[in-house]
Ligand binder design. Structure first.
Ligand code: DX5
Ligand code: ZN
Length: 218
């Protein structure tokens, strides 16, 4: 079964508790952390993760789009993150950062932007619990899905099979009810969706629709 990780970037920040209630059918909650340096926007930090930790048992999937993530992973772990994902493009020593995250008791993830090839992270795949493939340029919600990035999902699943690795492949950016089947069909284990879910009239129903369509082609 495909997991869904609704991105709260498109939720109403004035009432996150009731927004989370709408997506309680999701296994994971995706939290987009942006620093105004690695990406142009600034979003949220560990304090919000800490607040969310108090109101949900769902897996907190923290996507760090920040420079020098090694300086901040401890704060996110302490705040209650379950999974901490860092960008390959932001790390000088990616293996060391993944080790650091695991040492903090969290699952470790690595993310690649649309222009970054799988070969850039092949050396750390044995250490990763999650590999997050971006299907938009990181920085904003509500962008258009880039289908070409799906070949990376297929490639990652091939490598996992060949090398007997157990990381989950998460796909993030522009996912909606019309393309989720293709994403799941390419082999994705986890689908992030922000605007498609939170901007819909009925987020809980949209979550179910995306899940059903994805499961049908997984
Ligand atoms: C983009 C973020 C995504 C994004 C997803 O930088 O990492 O998680 O918010 O939102 P949608 O589904 O609207 O593309
Ligand atoms: Zn994200």
């Amino acid at each position: 079964m495909v997991k869904i990780s609704p991105s709260i970037l498109s939720a109403n920040f004035a009432c996150l508790q009731s927004e989370l209630k709408k997506v309680e059918g999701a296994e994971w909650i995706h939290i987009d952390v942006m620093d105004g340096r690695f990406v142009p926007s600034i979003t949220i930090g560990p304090l919000v993760v800490k607040a969310l930790r108090k109101i949900t048992q769902q897996v907190l999937d923290v996507h760090l789009m920040i420079e020098h993530p090694e300086k901040h992973v401890a704060a996110f772990a302490e705040a209650g993150a379950d999974i901490i994902v860092v960008h390959a493009e932001a790390c000088k020593d990616l293996g060391a950062v993944l080790e650091q995250i695991k040492g903090l008791g969290c699952k470790a993830g690595v993310s690649i932007k649309p222009g970054t090839d799988v070969s850039e992270i092949e050396h750390v795949l044995h250490m990763a619990d999650v590999v997050l493939v971006m299907t938009v340029e990181p920085g904003f919600g509500g962008q258009k899905f880039m289908p070409h990035a799906l070949s990376k999902v297929t490639k990652l699943k091939e490598i996992a099979l060949q090398k007997n690795l157990s990381f989950e492949v998460e796909v993030d950016g522009g996912i909606n009810k019309d393309n989720c089947a293709a994403v799941a069909g390419a082999g994705a284990d986890v689908l992030v969706a922000g605007s498609a879910i939170f901007y819909s009239q009925d987020p809980a129903a949209m979550l179910r629709t995306i899940r059903e369509k994805a499961d049908a082609s997984a």
